[in-house]
Structures are given as C-alpha cells and as structure tokens.
Write a protein that binds this ligand. Structure first.
Ligand SMILES: [Zn+2]
Length: 314
C-alpha cells in the first residue's frame, strides 16, 4: 500500500526528534522537543506519544502501523538494557509502554545501529549489502550491516565499535576498559589529546581546554599541536578500521558524526595506517564519509520500522 508510512523517533540525551517517513525515505513531517529529564521514564513515553500524535494528525491521509524509536544505549526485545545518558530508562519495557499509550506496534533500536542502517539504506553505503559504520561524536558509536541486516548480537550489544581497543594500557574509557578507540577519535578525545600534548608544543595557539572545533580550526591554520592531534586520531582510527576490515570483510566503511568534519586532517594518516597493517592480499573496502548528516539516525530508524511492518504483513 503506497500510502503506508512509519513514524521514526530519535531519542537523544538532550533532544527528542520524530519524523513521519515514506517507504522511499522521504520525510513528510517532522517535529522535536527537549528530552524530559524528570527522572521518570513515563515522562519520556508521554513526550514520544505527544510527538507521535502530532505526526499522525499531520499525515492523516496516510496509514501508520509502526513506530520505531532509537535510543542511545543497548536494547533487547523492546526493553532498554542500559542507556548511560538516560538512566531512568534502564531495564524499562519501553516499547510496550509506548504501545499501551499510543496503540500502535513499537520497536526499539540502538542509535548508532540506526545510523548504520540509514547510511546503508539511503546514504554512502546504499549500493552495498555489507557495510560498517562509525559515528564519531562526543563518543563513538558503531553499527554493522551484513547482508542488509543489522548485526545485533546475543544481548543487543553487537557493534559497540567505539570500544575496540587500540592501545592496551591507554586512556581510561567510560566503559571501564582502557585504550578504546573512543578515547582517540571522538570529539572528547580531540579535546583530551590537545590538552595532554600542550606541554610539548609551547608555541601552539591553543589554550587549555580548547574545544574540538577550536583544535580543528587551529589545525587548518597549520598549528603543529592541533596537527599532531589529528595525526594521532587518524593513526588510531586506522588501527581500529584495520581490525574491522579483518573481522567483517565489508564492502564499505562509512564514517559519520560531528568529529568526522576533521576528515581532510585525519584521513591521510588513517589510510596510511590501514595500508601498513591490513591483512595481506585482502582487497580493501572504500572508506567513505556519511552523506545523510543528521538524518542518518532518523532515516535508519524508519527503515527498522518498515522492516517490522513487512514482517507483520508476511
Ligand atoms: Zn570503552
């Protein structure tokens, strides 16, 4: 039925965004609000239902049977397992509660998985069945699409690529481990590395606690400290990506998220490292920047909703 659309919600620690999306991936209506942080999961359910009603009213000539919600954490069987930025949702039967209030089938997805699905459906990896996506934001999220299907793992925790280890005794990571790629190639890593290198580069224009954007600007102007930060970022990304190539043998690797803005500064070092380390003889996949920007997550979430819709119709 061509008039069938889905609702896709992108729930972040700060904002809740929602869109009504057609089967072609066209966004027909969108809205957003701040994520309620009252400590109650029910306030978040209410906000989602309110946004969903608004979307539904604005698209009243379409049929809506599925709502998908992406969450910044791990999800399994319609429940949130753990979400560090919205701890009130931990262990909460989120999908069932939304269904109870809004009355339509609801599915959950991890936000980085959603971005990977989005880029695989309509973005940089749209011509490939097998792709791996890294989202370089404040932290690093990841998603692995194999044969057109997102890899979820036993506990919904597959594709946590930000915690691939690139330095055995490296920087402490929020996950409890050390030396995760998140500590070397995220926006917060750029800030940390710039601070730590400061002493070695007394002539740098960067002050203490420069933001990632300031380090980026300084690097573009030739600042040696800032350049070194992006060299390290690229080298460590290259180590992590070599491992991903060796494990998944994907057709494409997509890099998106705010910190991928520094692409021209880190990519040469990333490519050089992969060339040096990649398993002999294996063909190396193209490594591309994402093309959907901020919409990757919401479009991927919509695709997850369409997949559920199709499984209901079978
Ligand atoms: Zn970690």
């Amino acid at each position: 039925m061509s008039k069938e659309i889905v609702l896709a919600a992108d729930l972040g620690g700060t904002n809740l965004r929602m869109a009504a999306v057609s089967r072609a991936g066209e966004i027909l209506f969108r809205n957003g609000c701040e994520t309620p942080r009252t400590g109650s999961p029910h306030a978040i359910v209410d906000a989602i239902v309110q946004s969903a009603k608004e979307c539904k009213d604005s698209c009243s000539d379409h049929e809506i049977r599925v709502l998908a919600v992406s969450v910044p954490g791990t999800v399994k069987n319609g429940s949130v397992v753990t979400t560090p930025n919205l701890p009130m949702l931990d262990g909460f039967a989120f999908a069932a509660e939304i269904e109870k209030s809004f009355g339509i089938e609801t599915v959950l997805e991890n936000d980085a998985n959603a971005a990977a699905v989005g880029e695989n459906w309509l973005g940089a990896a749209k011509d490939f069945g097998n792709s791996v996506c890294l989202t370089l934001g404040t932290g690093i999220g990841g998603g692995v699409v194999l044969g057109g299907t997102i890899l979820r793992g036993t506990n919904g925790a597959a594709g946590e690529l930000g915690h691939v280890c690139v330095e055995a005794n490296g920087a402490q990571c929020g996950c409890g481990s050390r030396g995760c790629i998140e500590q070397y190639a995220s926006a917060s890593a750029i800030v940390r590395m710039a601070n730590e290198l400061k002493e070695k580069f007394p002539d740098s224009v960067l002050h203490s606690n420069a933001t990632a954007a300031e380090v980026f600007s300084a690097a573009k102007c030739g600042d040696a400290l800032a350049g070194e930060v992006f060299r390290e970022m690229g080298t460590y990304l290259g180590i992590a990506i070599t491992d991903l190539i060796n494990i998944f043998d994907p057709e494409a690797i997509v890099i998106c998220g705010g910190a991928s803005e520094g692409w021209e500064l880190f990519a040469p070092h990333m490519h050089a490292t992969i060339k040096q380390r990649a398993f002999g003889g294996a063909e190396r996949p193209p490594i591309m920047r994402g093309t959907l920007g901020d919409n990757a997550g919401i479009l991927g979430t919509a695709r997850v909703a369409f997949d559920r819709l199709d499984s209901l119709s079978r």
